[in-house]
Design a protein around this ligand. Structure first.
Ligand code: ADP
Ligand code: MG
Length: 363
């Protein structure tokens, strides 16, 4: 099976798999919408590969629908942005339990490896561990990881997909390609097709979610309700006006802060940081001035004339936003510089070190 080779192997894309081919093994954790196992896909002709199996958890209201959307989004993303996401192999609907495969809808991906970015964030020697795996010098490790994340985002965004759940646990290290890829498209919305997008609906991790909370203003037309022809006009218009992709680049900015500042690697400190940043009007320079951090903690962001700080500040600033008179965040252009897109971030000096080192990991 060569699902990662670009042609999705002989199983096509997002197709139905035989339950007998699949055996779930150790648990990879269970989020609010399902359970994940590492497992094996073994076909009738004896081919075998490590896979990830994710099952609908029937008790969670709405989970079923979300998994179906997750299936469609994975098909769209793999077609349009294959390198950015873990290869999606297909699904199987289990009517009556087969071995450890319990009843329900299972989605199947190629298993990329044991490490997500959350794993590296737990290590005291984060930069060293990252550098060794990415095949770069230590000072290039964080810029390289961020560069790869932005490349993935750029690919998803140009396919019209906003991930909406960018965080360390959803960024996996592909051991074979020695690079990071995005996983968990359960919350992702495709604005080209309207798949998994409902105005006013949020599915979010508060630690990584931008202050505006929505990809588009809630009063924007529901893309899923429009005909295909209207959507081809509407989506680019809404995209230009509101930069829905900047939902994800805010989350990537939080990831950069966690990579750069060791004390931000716990959920509770991240929560405190988010509150403090909001009180500074989402101005990272102001937060930095108030925080009085000792320079031994900020070396990574300070390097190269504070390039890391500058990139983070440009990712964490408001999209194009002011508070309206009810205090809620809306999408108006205030004339302040807007938040960076993935393409904008890739041009930033902080990632230049990584650009120099690129061939080693791209091989
Ligand atoms: P959930 O909706 O429960 O968050 P995810 O799709 O994020 O489900 O998967 C849960 C965990 O399983 C991830 O955080 C990661 O550790 C692991 N995982 C998911 N997909 C893969 C993959 N393709 N390769 C390796 N590990 C994966
Ligand atoms: Mg996840």
């Amino acid at each position: 099976v060569h699902a990662g080779s670009g042609k999705y192997g002989k199983y096509g894309l997002g197709q139905e798999l035989q339950p007998e081919w699949l055996s779930p093994g150790r648990s990879l954790g269970s989020g609010s919408f399902g359970e994940c196992y590492k497992g094996t896909l073994r076909t009738d002709d004896g081919e075998e590969m490590a896979v990830v199996l994710k099952r609908v958890r029937a008790r969670v209201a709405g989970a079923e629908e979300m998994h179906e959307a997750e299936h469609s989004i994975n098909v769209l993303a793999t077609k349009a942005a294959g390198d950015a996401v873990a290869p999606f192999l297909g699904y199987t609907l289990v009517e009556s339990p087969v071995g450890r495969l319990t009843k329900g809808l299972w989605l199947v991906w190629e298993y990329e490896g044991d490490k997500t970015l959350a794993y590296y964030l737990k290590r005291r020697d984060l930069e060293k561990a990252l550098a060794a795996d990415l095949g770069v010098e230590e000072e290039e490790a964080v810029p390289m990881a961020m560069k790869q994340i932005f490349e993935c985002l750029q690919a998803l965004h140009s396919a019209g997909i906003v991930h909406r759940d960018i965080k360390p646990a959803n960024i996996v290290f592909d051991e074979r390609a020695r690079r990071f890829r995005l996983i968990d498209l359960g919350a992702a919305a495709c604005l080209k097709t309207g798949t998994n997008y409902k105005p006013g609906e949020t599915i979010l991790d508060p630690c990584y979610c931008p202050p505006e909370e929505y990809v588009l203003p809630t009063e924007a037309p529901n893309l899923a309700d429009q005909g295909t022809r209207l959507r081809t006009v509407l989506t680019p218009l809404l995209w230009t006006q509101h930069s829905p992709d900047c939902f994800d680049t805010y989350s990537a900015g939080i990831v950069l802060m966690q990579l750069g500042l060791p004390f931000l690697r716990t959920t509770s400190s991240l929560r405190t940081f988010n509150g403090a940043l909001a009180r500074c009007n989402h101005d990272l320079e102001e937060w930095r001035a108030r925080s009085g951090l000792p320079s031994r903690q900020t070396a990574l962001l300070d390097a190269n004339d504070g390039a890391g700080w500058d990139l983070a500040a440009n990712l964490l600033r408001p999209r194009q936003i002011v508070n309206d008179d009810r205090g809620s965040v809306i999408f108006l252009n205030t004339g302040r510089a807007p938040r960076l897109t993935a393409t904008g971030a890739l041009k930033h000096p902080f990632l230049r070190a990584a650009l120099r080192a690129a061939p080693a990991a791209a091989a």
